[in-house]
Design a protein around this ligand. Structure first.
Ligand code: OOB
Length: 532
């Protein structure tokens, strides 16, 4: 396995192979097989064009040739930051076939995050779209390439300017390396709870297994039409079952970059979408919008909601208002995905976040001393299984805390289990804010704040929000009273932080409440802001 990644112990790899979880298939082979089987059927419908399985497969080979000629080789890291466009698939499958390793950045990431991804991964290339949602990614790339010495290539969809245009890279196919299915195929990024996002190495074997199971649980088949409104580089719309699960099942992916009812509803009607995936705030908007729109949403069979807790009152309205089955999805880029099943009784669909998708997922719910709690009690969820990583990339020290000695991942989520084996997410032990599904590591933003000369100390906590579930509040101890809220926010923006990480609220405070051991008492800060 690629250096600085943790492989599963042999007893487990043997078991996962023997039980048929890992079938030895690579992503390159998977696409080839689908192309042979489905040929001219549409794989992906984009905004301006669509592409068949056959053409996708061909374009991938041509692009792999061009990327190879440019100098991309097996194990090279490539930061990929693309909106929901057909080229996303061509790029990632081309990298998969070369054995190069994409690092999946989100379109909302900015200089601070991208520079770190490129530096940490020692990336050789960074692939972007020229512009998206009013932002010019070439100007970001220009800054990044100036600061990251390993970075040799910027590849751009659309107008490349002085960088390499993607459309110049399609060439006659060449012989490609043999790729081992037990190898790393890409890096996902963790929401994180410490300073910087951790890199999550996923293998062909484990990820394809998660696609296959997800497609099964969500009843995907050749006539399924999956609408992607969330950014597809994220693990949830990528694989749960997401766009890759849809291709696995031979269905059709419809891409939209926009989750607003005005965009999404007509698309559902026109493309006869059967399944889509939302985070809770978007689901709330959809529930409100249905009655005032004329669109026919009757093709929609399943509405997935996940990434953050979906309140049961809203959950109860999905069936009567939208007319489809709600599926709650509780997953994590590290692996484990829980789903409610499509034929579950209403009470389970509404009140739980589902149960693990694989019979080989191992679950423990433990107290602070790692002792298992009684059934129904709240504790931290630990998990291990055939598609859950055993360690983050290049994080030896941190892995000792994030995983138990016998390889269970500490999710940092506080959950309880129902007698039927379903999980209910009750809270969080990790120092993170879940802002409508977007994860903010408190320490990351705190570190940026501490860089301000007038900030003596800072603590970020969540505050309850009806719409997003949580928003973020920064408590700041200033050197003097010349510092104001606008300055704090502007400072973070100038440092190139993704917009969703900019605190929604800033409170100045003279000193922090402390716990018995002298740490900042975030619980009491949360209480303070909730009371305001
Ligand atoms: C998904 O992945 P990540 O890596 O962005 O975030 C994982 C964390 C979980 O540990 C949990 O804290 C939270 O997001 N979460 C939920 C949830 N789904 C995720 N909390 C409450 N209820 C839910 N339904 O967010 C993700 C990955 C794959 C599929 C779905 C979501």
């Amino acid at each position: 396995m690629f250096a600085n990644c943790t492989s599963w112990p042999e007893a487990f790899t043997d078991q996962y192979r023997k039980e048929g979880c890992w079938k030895g298939e690579t992503f390159g082979e998977m696409l080839r097989e689908r192309a042979l089987k489905y040929g001219d059927r549409t794989a992906v419908t984009g905004k301006e064009r669509e592409i068949s399985y056959k053409h996708l497969d061909r374009n991938v080979d041509q692009l792999a040739a061009g990327l190879h000629q440019m100098g991309i080789r097996q194990y090279d890291r490539v930061v990929v930051q693309l909106p929901n466009r057909i080229e996303f698939f061509e790029v990632i499958f081309a990298l998969f076939r070369l054995g190069a390793l994409p690092v999946f950045a989100l379109p909302s990431h900015r200089y601070s995050e991208i520079r770190y991804f490129c530096e940490f991964s020692e990336a050789k290339a960074y692939i972007i779209a020229d512009r998206d949602a009013g932002f010019d990614f070439r100007s970001l790339a220009k800054k990044v390439i100036e600061t990251v010495p390993t970075l040799q290539h910027i590849v751009v969809i659309g107008d490349g300017g002085k960088f390499q245009a993607l459309d110049q890279l399609y060439q006659d196919p060449i012989d490609l390396p043999n790729i081992d299915s037990s190898e790393i195929v890409f890096f996902q990024l963790s929401g994180g709870s410490t300073g910087l996002p951790k890199f999550i190495p996923r293998t062909h074997d484990d990820y394809i297994y998660s696609l296959r199971l997800s497609a099964e649980v969500c009843n995907l088949h050749e006539s399924s039409v999956y609408l992607a409104v969330l950014p597809i580089a994220h693990n949830y719309p990528l694989s749960s079952p997401g766009v890759l699960g849809t291709l696995y099942a031979g269905g059709r992916v419809v891409l939209s970059g926009d989750s607003s009812p005005d965009e999404a509803f007509p698309l559902i009607e026109r493309e006869q979408v059967t399944i889509t995936a939302l985070v809770p705030p978007i689901a709330l908007v959809w529930l409100e919008a249905v009655s005032s729109r004329q669109c026919d949403l009757s093709s929609l069979e399943v509405l997935q909601v996940g990434g953050g807790k979906f309140g049961s009152e809203a959950a109860r309205r999905v069936k009567p208002v939208i007319g489809c089955t709600l599926q709650q999805v509780y997953g994590m880029a590290e692996g484990l995905v829980n789903y409610t099943r499509l034929d579950d009784p209403e009470e389970i669909l509404i009140h739980t976040q589902g149960r693990p998708m694989s019979p080989y997922d191992e679950i423990r719910i433990v107290d602070e001393e790692d002792r298992e709690v009684a059934l129904g009690e709240v504790g931290e969820l630990l998990t291990r299984g055939p598609y859950t990583i055993r360690g983050y990339y290049k994080a030896k020290e941190y892995n000792r805390k994030a995983f138990t000695s016998d390889g269970f991942y500490r999710t940092g989520d506080l959950v309880r289990m129902t007698p039927e084996g379903y999980l209910i997410v009750e809270g969080r032990a990790k120092d993170q804010i879940n802002r409508g599904g977007e994860k903010i590591a408190a320490a990351e933003v705190e570190n940026h704040l501490l860089a301000h000369p007038l900030v003596r100390d800072a603590a970020i906590v969540s505050m309850p929000d009806e719409f997003l579930g949580e928003r973020s509040c920064a408590f700041v101890i200033a050197q003097d009273d010349s510092l104001n809220i606008a300055e704090v926010k502007a400072f973070l923006r100038e440092r190139g932080l993704a917009a969703f990480k900019i605190p929604d609220r800033v409170e100045f405070i003279d000193s922090f409440p402390k716990t018995a051991v002298g740490k900042v008492n975030k619980r009491s800060l949360r209480q303070m802001v909730a009371n305001k």
